[in-house]
Write a protein that binds this ligand. Sequence first.
Ligand SMILES: [Zn+2]
Length: 475
Amino acid sequence: MIRQYEMVIGLEVHVELSTKTKLFCGCSTAFGAEPNTQCCPVCTGMPGALPVLNQTVVDYAVKAGLATHCHIASHSKQDRKNYFYPDLPKAYQISQYDLPLCEHGHLEIESAHGSKQIGITRIHIEEDAGKLVHNKKHGTMIDYNRCGIPLIEIVSEPDLRSAEEAKSYLQKLRAIILYTGISDCKMNEGSFRCDVNLSVRKAGTHVLGTRTEMKNLNSFRSIVRAIDYEYKRQVEALEAGEEIVQETRRFDKNDGKTHSMRRKENANDYRYFPDPDLPPIYLTEETIASLEAQIPTLPDARKKVYMEQYGLSAYDGECLTTEKAIADYFDQAVMQTKYPKLLSNLMISELCKLLPPDSDSLDLEPAYMAWLADLSGDEIINSSTAKNLVQEVYTQKTNPETIVKERGLEQISDVSILQPIAEAVLAAHPKSVADYQKGKTAASKALIGQVMAQTRGKGNPQKIQEIIFGLLSKT
Ligand SMILES: [Zn+2]
């Protein structure tokens, strides 16, 4: 039943910009300060206080637009979006309505069906709201430190068709933003968070169904779970003859379900109007060009270099470029190894797993991973020893050559050592030998594994294989 439906997803991503001061005042934006120590009459919405636009915010938003192939508006403005919420003391949020800074962009994702272009409807600037802190003893308290922190909201077209595509889109978007240096994109600190708009329709039809919105999802895992749950819920509702209500829903990590929060407001409920305290934003072509010149090589371009120059696959290239810190590290390490592909494998399969999330940089001498790839490529150690050593090299910050020498981890390729071990293993496992002769080829794997174990994992796998098959052919 579920296959007769198609899910349609559009994402709204809020990114906190890493400016030193807030959008309309000089208050600090540093994360983690004591509550209500970083606010002033402007960002707490005192009557008569006047906002002054932070130029860096405009520069950063334009960079985000340029990096995602948007058209940059030479003339835009800021509007008041009116609604009351306890963490929004002005009772309106300054945002952009009909003249956003950036429009009509796109980015490229790798999906199960190859690469796909996802449209970006718009990118506009707006201010963040404060934060409600729920406390058993004191009830609900409000921290205004986050009030007025500059955000960009990046709205995608409803081009995504699965949770996997949504995840790829977010990873690519996050990578691009990280490369431009306009945000730290720390999901656990809320500087990169996502609202999911989801609707379903019968496969093959083109009319959009009624959508629901899930707010403020701040981990890839939650986003995927929320999408899968909400898709199933909507399909089941439609099949039961119910109507989907346009509403905002909250995803609960604990029960894995989405729960209705409130009926969704429409744009006309917000009574948008141009903020009379803020002049329009005009951008010259020179300004836009000079911002464009500041954008470094972006993930897709870097991935292309890795594929062409080092023969890496599209998948490997994507993995290495998703985090800028990892790509930067790879760039330094790759110059010091003869084996770029091995280096890439060791980084993707082992090293990346050890890094804490949202790392700005990788605290390890690039030469160490390069030398580890060389030790493996030159067959001084075997590939599983190389994999096992990554964690040790990373945590102890030690040169892998030193570890290999000290612990005698060199690969054993000497046939005069391996041959007698193999003979003994065959003699001790007549059942495996018999199985192999009966055509159970997998039995040879067990024998090879036994020889490897006897060399304490240091044996040359190719040599062991040759010897075992040589012996088996004679039995
Ligand atoms: Zn302030």
